[in-house]
Ligand binder design. Structure first.
Ligand code: ATP
Length: 486
């Protein structure tokens, strides 16, 4: 059985063994912090995407979705501040040559202090760090590391370089002739594709403020500390929504979206104790308020989603750099002045959730090792208790044996059900082994076709979580599964 400490490793191994997630280009020993989704991982990820997309663009009449390109005009990133500001303070250990993100190094020390029972000291350390980060005081951060005698985990020494800022954007060249080459960036967030299209969407969609634009897409960051599986990747996917509002209403909308997004998480069926908000002290260059939704991963409470009040920073900057007006005309009457609100640059509240971190969240919730031993025999199983809606396979159809016409009946069920949800047909191995395999993939329902099926058109349905089995008519299978996934 996996202990809390090795639960994370157990999930990583499980993902590889059962076709969820593989290290990228593994035959060449992998590429650090880059992962490929296998046959079941990509189904899981797609189900999450569909769920988020629907909850944003279908359930909210004033939110529409777009799909912008990864490559953007390089000036985008100058305007957005990413060229100058999108960096993390880093420090290198001179003996091991290992590079650390300063906040991670200090947070690890605070955790250590907490574990040793020095909670107060840990809290003071984190507060000091927040203040120094907010002031961009790099020398102060180094002094803090020295004062607390924080050492490198590899060399064990405190022989540190100065703290430096390290830009996280990847760049590449665009253009066929290298002399003409133009440096462009792989987008570090999907949000800018929304900002530069703000008026295109607003005008063509005849949208009235408040309205939102949602997008799912890849983002790239040259992360320095990248050893946490799909939690921190160099190529990852974000699901972002920018909500355009009247200036002055940002506080109220920020609170609204914080609550809405927390409700979305809780509606996944996850208990409230597994979540918490973390309000930022050091704000990104574009924000006037920011909060993370943190989930209790096997590696501790960590950010899964950010809610940011981005003010009118991005649109103002794009207006400045592009010299194109990015204003909205609001003809609603302002009760205070008795006149229309008129032209303004909208304010924005953003919700930004990592798709890969949501995959990891659902895996962490779902993964269970169960001891099923009885006095007579030892037994155990690994089960992924995904909510049926997210399960890669909804229904497995298993003929007890291949012969006697059972396979044909099972295939008929498969052909009928596969039009409605993802099914899986399997006739190899004993039924017990097939059940265990489906448990490991998180399949909520298995139906077994046996000789009685030929007589009375019933099958045995087996429920993943309870392992209970019961006989039901073939005609009921579809309804049971559809009710569970709707
Ligand atoms: P962190 O502090 O963990 O580096 P961040 O605050 O920089 O994250 P945001 O810029 O707010 O992250 O990005 C929004 C969301 O995108 C995050 O909440 C996270 O779920 C996801 N995300 C960001 N960086 C990564 C990454 N390297 N790998 C996977 N997901 C990421």
């Amino acid at each position: 059985m996996a202990t809390d400490n090795n639960r994370f490793q157990a999930i990583i191994s499980h993902c590889k063994e059962y076709g969820f997630i593989f290290p990228s280009s593994e035959i060449y020993d992998g590429l650090a912090a880059v992962y490929d989704y296998g046959q079941w991982g990509s189904e899981l990820k797609k189900n999450i995407k569909d769920h988020w997309w629907k909850s944003m663009t279908q359930l909210n009449e004033n939110i529409v979705g777009i799909d912008a390109a990864i490559f953007m005009h390089p000036t985008t990133w100058k305007a957005s501040g990413h060229v100058d500001n999108f960096s993390d303070p880093m420090i290198d250990n001179k003996d091991s040559n290992k590079r650390y993100r300063v906040d991670h190094l200090i947070e690890a020390k605070a955790e250590e202090l907490e574990k040793e029972g020095h909670e107060e000291q840990a809290e003071i350390l984190l507060k000091e760090m927040d203040t120094l980060l907010a002031a961009d005081d790099l020398a102060g951060l180094k002094r803090l590391i020295e004062t607390y005698k924080i050492n490198c985990s590899v060399s064990g020494t405190g022989n540190w370089t100065d703290v430096r800022q390290f830009n996280l954007m990847f760049s590449t060249q665009m253009g066929s002739v290298s002399e003409d080459a133009n440096e462009i960036y792989l987008r570090p967030e999907t949000a800018q594709g929304i900002f530069v299209n703000f008026l295109n969407v607003q005008k063509t969609g005849r949208l009235k403020i408040p309205f939102g634009i949602a997008q799912i897409g890849k983002a790239f960051r040259n992360e320095i500390v990248a050893r946490q599986f799909v939690f921190r990747m160099r190529e990852f996917e974000q699901m972002e929504m920018q909500f355009f509002i009247r200036p002055g209403t940002q506080k109220q909308w920020y609170e609204h979206w914080k609550q809405e997004r927390m409700n979305w998480h809780l509606a996944l069926g996850i208990s409230a104790e597994k979540y918490r908000f973390h309000n930022h002290v050091k704000l990104a260059h574009y924000a006037d308020a920011a909060s993370d939704i943190e989930y209790d991963f096997p590696i501790g409470f960590k950010e899964v989603e950010g809610i940011h009040s981005r003010t009118d920073f991005d649109l103002t900057q794009h207006q400045l750099y592009s010299k194109k007006k990015l204003q909205y005309f609001d003809n609603d009457i302002n009760e205070e002045t008795g006149k229309p609100y008129g032209n303004y640059i909208p304010y924005v509240v953003e919700t930004s959730i990592g798709l890969d971190r949501t995959v990891l969240l659902l895996l962490s919730e779902a993964y269970e090792e169960q001891d099923l031993s009885t006095e007579e025999k030892k037994d155990s199983r690994v089960v992924l208790k995904f909510p049926p809606k997210f399960a890669p396979i909804k229904l497995a159809i298993l003929p007890l044996v291949k012969k006697d016409g059972l396979a044909e009946i099972a295939k008929d069920i498969m052909n009928d059900c596969k039009l409605h949800f993802k099914c899986f047909y399997e006739e190899k191995d004993t039924i017990g082994k097939r059940y265990r395999r489906m448990d490991a993939l998180g399949t909520p329902f298995c139906v077994t076709v046996d000789h009685q099926t030929k007589e009375d058109n019933t099958v045995t349905i087996r429920y993943r979580d309870s392992m209970k089995q019961e006989r039901i008519p073939i005609a009921q299978i579809k309804d049971i599964v559809q009710t569970a996934i709707s």
